[in-house]
Design a protein around this ligand. Structure first.
Ligand SMILES: *Cc1c(COP(=O)(O)O)cnc(C)c1O
Length: 471
C-alpha cells in the first residue's frame, strides 16, 4: 500500500515513511492510494476475532513494511485488558432499544485518544529502534491529547516528549494526570499564557529548520495517518457487537472537533463496512455542522472560537477535514490544493454548495450533522442519568443529543463515548449536583508529587529547555 498527498504531490510513500512525518511536502495530508475492500466473507471471519487480532487484520491492509509477526506482536501488546479495562476493549453499553454507547475511554487517560495513541507509542518505539534513531516529540495541549501522548510514550526507548500546556488552565484532574508522571523521558512545560501561545511556540520551533533537524523534533498530532487508521478498528468492533449478521446496517454518531475520529468512520465505510449514517456532532463551535448543512466551510478566528464545556471540540478549523474533501472531489489534488492551500488562507472560507458531489454527499458518504449547546449538554447528562443510571461526559452528551435527531427504525445507532465524566467534573456537578465516579487507579491523584517546569511564553526558553534535556 502506498500513500498519496491530498494536494497532489507526485511522491508515493510507504507506511513507515509517513509514520514519523507530519504533513506531506506540499502541505497536504497523507491518504492511502485506495481503500482496501472488505467483502462479506471477510466480515464473517473478522466478526469473532478478539480486538487485537481484528486490529492486526485491518492494519495489515495498510502496512506492508512491517513484517506480519512483528505487527501482530505490536497489536497484541497494545490492546490488552490490563490497559483498556475489559476483554472487549470497546464494549457497548445499551441505553434503550436501538441506541447504544461504544465505550472508547477506558484506556490510561480516560479519553478515546488512547485508542490510537497507545498503538502509536509502540509503533514509534519499534520503528525508531529499527532505524537506530531518536525522536523528540514537541506538542501543545489543552488536555486530552497531551496526556494521551505522554501515557503512550512514557518509558519508550528512543522517544522523549516535551508537552507545553497553558499554565494553570487545565482542569485539576488533567494537570494531575500529566504532571504526576515521573518518567525521565516525559517533560511537562507549563507556559505562562494561553493555549494559542503554546501552539505558536510549537509552530515557531518546528519552523526553525536547523533546530528541528539538530534535535530531531517530531509531533503526534491528529493528522498522523497511523492514529487515524488505528481508529478505523473500533468502527468494525462496534459494528460486530451491535449486529448479528452482515446484512444489518448500523449508524454512528461521533462528537467531533478536528474531524479525526469521524474521518476514521468514513474510511471504515469506504472499505465496505455496512454503515448507514455517519452523524457528526459539534458543540457551539459548529464549523463542521455548518459545512454539512450548507456546503460552506468557514474557519473561525480565535476571537470567534467559543470556550465551551466540551473543550476538546473547541476548534476554529478542522485539521483532518481536508482528507474528506479530497475524496468528495474525486481525489482531485490540484483542486484541494487550490481550496486549502490558496483560497482558505486568502479568504478563510470556500463554498462547495454548487458542487454536484456535495449535493449527493449525504447519500454517497452517509454524512449527517447536528449541533449541541451547553444547555443541551446539561439536559442530556441529566436525562441519561435519570432514565438509564448512566453518567456521560460532556462530549458524549453532545453526541447523544445529536444522535436522537437521526434515529432510523431498524438501524442501531452507536454513539461513540469519547471521554469519562471524571475528566470534566465541574459540568457534571452543574448538571447533577454530584461528583462523577472516579476509577480506582485515579484515587488521590491530585496529591501526588508534580513534575512540571513553568516557562515564559518564549520560543527561546522552550528551545533552551529541549537542548538541556537532550544528551
Ligand atoms: C479529541 C476529542 C474529541 C474530538 O475528536 P476529533 O477527532 O478531534 O474530532 C471529542 N471528544 C473528546 C473527549 C476528545 O478528547
Amino acid at each position: 500500500m502506498l500513500y498519496v498527498s491530498t494536494r497532489g504531490h507526485a511522491d508515493r510513500k510507504h507506511f513507515c515513511e509517513i509514520l514519523l512525518e507530519g504533513l506531506a511536502p506540499d502541505g497536504g495530508l497523507y491518504l492511502p492510494e485506495r481503500y482496501p475492500q472488505v467483502d462479506g466473507a471477510t466480515l464473517e471471519k473478522w466478526r469473532t476475532l478478539p480486538y487485537h487480532a481484528l486490529a492486526f487484520e485491518i492494519l495489515s491492509l495498510y502496512i506492508d513494511d512491517i513484517p506480519a509477526d512483528d505487527l501482530k506482536a505490536i497489536c497484541a501488546k497494545t490492546y490488552t485488558q490490563e490497559v483498556f479495562g475489559t476483554p472487549q476493549i470497546v464494549p457497548l453499553k445499551k441505553l434503550e432499544d436501538g441506541l447504544v454507547l461504544e465505550a472508547l475511554s477506558n484506556g490510561p487517560t480516560l479519553a478515546f485518544k488512547d485508542m490510537a495513541m497507545q498503538l502509536l507509542g509502540n509503533l514509534f518505539e519499534y520503528e525508531l529502534g529499527r532505524r537506530g534513531e531518536e525522536l523528540n516529540i514537541l506538542g501543545a495541549t489543552s488536555g486530552d491529547t497531551g496526556s494521551a501522548a505522554e501515557y503512550a510514550m512514557r518509558g519508550k526507548k528512543g522517544v522523549r516528549v516535551f508537552m507545553t500546556s497553558p499554565h494553570g488552565r487545565m482542569s485539576p484532574f488533567q494537570q494531575a494526570q500529566m504532571f504526576s508522571l515521573q518518567d525521565a523521558n516525559i517533560h511537562n512545560l507549563a507556559v505562562e499564557g494561553v493555549f494559542d501561545d503554546c501552539q505558536d511556540i510549537v509552530k515557531a520551533v518546528s519552523n526553525d529548520l536547523a533546530f528541528k533537524r539538530k534535535y530531531r523534533i517530531g509531533t503526534v498530532n491528529s493528522i498522523n495517518w497511523a492514529r487515524l487508521v488505528a481508529q478505523v478498528v473500533y468502527y468494525f468492533a462496534g459494528y460486530f457487537q451491535a449486529t448479528k449478521g452482515n446484512a444489518q446496517k448500523v449508524s454512528f454518531t461521533v462528537p467531533s472537533g478536528n474531524f479525526g475520529n469521524i474521518c476514521a468512520g468514513h474510511v471504515a465505510r469506504m472499505m465496505g463496512l455496512p454503515v448507514a449514517k455517519l452523524v457528526l456532532a459539534t458543540n457551539e463551535n459548529d464549523v463542521l455542522d455548518e459545512f454539512f448543512r450548507t456546503g460552506v466551510y468557514r474557519v473561525r478566528s480565535s476571537a470567534d472560537t467559543h470556550e465551551t464545556s466540551s473543550p476538546s471540540m473547541d476548534i476554529s478549523k478542522a485539521s483532518n477535514f481536508e482528507r474528506f474533501v479530497f475524496d468528495l472531489l474525486g481525489r482531485d489534488g490540484a483542486r484541494v490544493k487550490q481550496l486549502f492551500g490558496e483560497q482558505l488562507s486568502a479568504t478563510g472560507r470556500f463554498d462547495l454548495s454548487a458542487e454536484p458531489a456535495f449535493q449527493t454527499a449525504a447519500a454517497t458518504y452517509g454524512f449527517a450533522s447536528g449541533k449541541s449547546t451547553h444547555a443541551d449538554r446539561l439536559e442530556t447528562i441529566r436525562d441519561t442519568w435519570k432514565r438509564f443510571g448512566v453518567m456521560v461526559d460532556t462530549h458524549t452528551a453532545d453526541g447523544l443529543k445529536v444522535a436522537r435527531s437521526h434515529l432510523q427504525p431498524g438501524v442501531p445507532m452507536v454513539v461513540l463515548e469519547t471521554a469519562l465524566p471524571i475528566k470534566f467534573a465541574a459540568t457534571i456537578v452543574e448538571a447533577l449536583g454530584r461528583e462523577p465516579e472516579r476509577p480506582a487507579q485515579f484515587e488521590g491523584i491530585e496529591q501526588l508529587p508534580k513534575r512540571v517546569t513553568v516557562l515564559a511564553p518564549d520560543v527561546a526558553a522552550v528551545q533552551a529547555f529541549i537542548a538541556a534535556h537532550c544528551p
